[in-house]
Design a protein around this ligand. Structure first.
Ligand SMILES: Cc1ncc(COP(=O)(O)O)c(C=O)c1O
Length: 370
């Protein structure tokens, strides 16, 4: 494996220091929860090694939301990030070929790169509303294609595949005897009804998710992968055991108790996202300098400067952070032009969020070449 640090991690808000940011619009999740606001009791917990697949009661709780999915189809991982690592490093070798959409959450691309496999990128374009053209995936197949990798709802654009597209991708994977990895980390914050969990549609589909993005508890590092294919589960368990044996049982217990009461916590989180989203929509739809493709899910979007806007882009980001203490995710985090940036609308509460948008306006004025 050839590891390389990714700009999105080197320049992440936590690497920069949360203290240096007042309006954090770079974050890709909902607001982080504080322990005092949730009802967690760890007094009876024995701090032993846990079940290697993952706490059975937690896996059962996750599985029961989906048709055809059993407790044993769920493998707990250290965040969705570890699920991505396990899947990509178990399935891909230097001799294999991967088809992957771009832009994407950086790890989805970087881990296959570290493996050294052959990669065909299916690029999404603003002009095409960041929609996935499945025909492009179809024509990218090679005899050694082992995996198709997609993200829906998508990071950084917030666009979503339709159910028909997902079903078609599953068929393509079956016909070509390869696997379909679907990063569904944002599925629980779809604005319309979510697409079916990919792993319910085919034995070739692997779904991944976590509690980081929709539930506000990324610090416990709890995610999962789901597949109905027993031989795959066994392969992924072998990888997990070699990397870290089992999850932290403290994390598993916190996650279990939190998700057991999710009906109590989730509506307020959803309401906050909804409020910020309507502020954002109003702001951007009448914006003089920025344009967007409206997201259909998740808590991020990927606006860009209109073509005719003459701006010193480096100066814009510098002023935005240094003078206005406001942070967004520049396009290069996603291998895109810096004229686009990821804007997160789930993390800050309304006042700081509005202030952040206002600061973007001020930084644009300061950085414009007039
Ligand atoms: C699409 C997507 N997948 C996976 C992850 C990894 O998240 P975690 O490991 O915290 O679950 C992220 C984090 O930003 C993400 O946006």
């Amino acid at each position: 494996m050839q590891y390389k640090r990714m700009p999105i991690e080197i320049e992440s808000p936590e690497s920069l220091g949360y203290d240096s940011i007042e309006c954090n619009l770079a974050e890709s999740s909902v607001r982080d929860v504080q322990f005092k606001d949730i009802d967690i009791n760890l007094n009876e917990l024995v701090i032993a090694y846990g079940d290697h697949i993952g706490k059975p009661a937690l896996r059962e709780l996750i599985a029961k939301d989906y048709k055809n999915i059993s407790t044993d189809d769920v493998l707990l991982t250290v965040g969705a990030a570890a699920a991505l690592f396990i899947i990509n490093s178990s399935l891909l070798t230097k001799n294999d070929h991967l088809i992957i959409i771009r832009p994407n959450y950086a790890t989805n691309i970087e881990t296959p790169r570290a493996v050294g496999c052959e990669i065909s990128f299916i690029d999404l374009h603003f002009e095409e509303k960041y929609a996935l053209d499945i025909e492009k995936i179809k024509s990218a197949f090679q005899p050694n294609t082992k995996l198709i990798s997609i993200t829906t709802p998508h990071n950084p654009t917030g666009t979503m595949l339709s159910e028909e597209q997902l079903v078609f991708l599953c068929q393509l994977a079956e016909e070509n005897n390869c696997y379909l990895l679907v990063d569904e980390t944002y599925r629980d914050i779809s604005f319309q009804s979510p697409t079916p969990l990919a792993a319910t549609l085919s034995n070739k589909a692997i779904s991944i998710s976590s509690v980081s993005k929709a539930y506000g508890i990324p610090g416990i590092r709890l995610g999962w992968l789901i597949t109905q294919e027993k031989s795959l589960q066994n392969l992924f368990l072998a990888a997990k055991e070699q990397i870290y044996i089992c999850n932290s049982i403290v994390d598993e217990e916190i996650c279990f108790q939190y998700l057991t009461k999710k009906e109590k916590y989730f509506p307020a989180i959803q309401q906050e996202v909804k409020t910020n989203f309507s502020i954002l929509k109003k702001w951007i739809e009448s914006h003089q300098y920025l344009e967007w493709i409206e997201p259909s899910g998740g808590v991020v979007c990927f606006p860009r400067f209109k073509n005719e806007v003459d701006i010193d882009i480096e100066k814009f980001y510098k002023i935005l952070l240094e003078d206005y203490k406001t942070y967004v995710g520049p396009g290069h985090w996603f291998e895109q032009s810096k004229r686009s940036f990821r804007l997160g609308f789930g993390w800050e509460l309304q006042n700081a969020f509005e202030k952040g948008l206002n600061n973007i306006d001020k930084a644009i004025e300061d950085a414009r070449k007039v």
